[in-house]
Design a protein around this ligand. Structure first.
Ligand code: FE
Length: 184
């Protein structure tokens, strides 16, 4: 890896090294497991490096605050989809950062447009949905999906929901570093 690229992804590795072992909200996986599972789904679907990187990094915002993993239960929206953007947008293009920024609203969109989506959400995800503004109206859903990168955000969101399986084996973080590098 070129020194320049290594310097850019070093803070990401550090973030997962220091806080990746924290529980992912109220789910039975760690933050790092969740990120790796989400990225693994994207890689299995032969998506480009930018979307695989977005999947790996979509919840880095959870690792940049100290509100605690029970923030939603205390009635707090941690606004994690926005927290990582100033940092990530220094090095990654909109094809990476926009699906991340939009992935919470993608849940609001999916609830509005897919009959079974809400019923299949985990209890923790239903709780945070309310704090994040609730289900989109039909007009809000149409506006949402018309934005650039919104379809990628929806796809990310579907893998995000799958990435909560305690026994799902994935490659490790090192496996994804060349993909991250090519998404810079
Ligand atoms: Fe997530």
């Amino acid at each position: 890896m070129l020194p320049d690229a290594a310097a850019k992804i070093a803070p990401i590795i550090e973030c997962f090294t220091i806080r990746g072992s924290e529980q992912y909200g109220r789910e039975a996986v760690t933050q790092l497991q969740h990120a790796l599972q989400c990225a693994t789904w994207a890689e299995a679907a032969r998506q480009p490096p930018a979307l695989i990187a977005a999947c790996l990094l979509h919840d880095v915002g959870h690792l940049l605050h100290n509100l605690g993993e029970d923030a939603a239960e205390r009635g707090l929206d941690d606004r994690h989809e926005y927290r990582a953007i100033p940092f990530l947008s220094q090095h990654f293009p909109p094809a990476v950062t926009e699906p991340i920024r939009l992935h919470v609203n993608a849940k609001r969109y999916l609830c509005a447009t897919q009959a079974d989506y809400w019923a299949d959400l985990s209890p923790a995800s239903r709780l945070s949905l309310e704090l994040q503004g609730g289900i989109f109206s039909e007009a809000e859903a149409m506006d949402f999906i018309a934005q650039p990168h919104a379809k990628d955000a929806v796809q990310l969101r579907i893998w995000d929901d799958l990435a909560k399986a305690p026994h799902h084996k994935t490659p490790n973080l090192a496996h994804f570093l060349p993909i991250l590098t090519s998404a810079l």
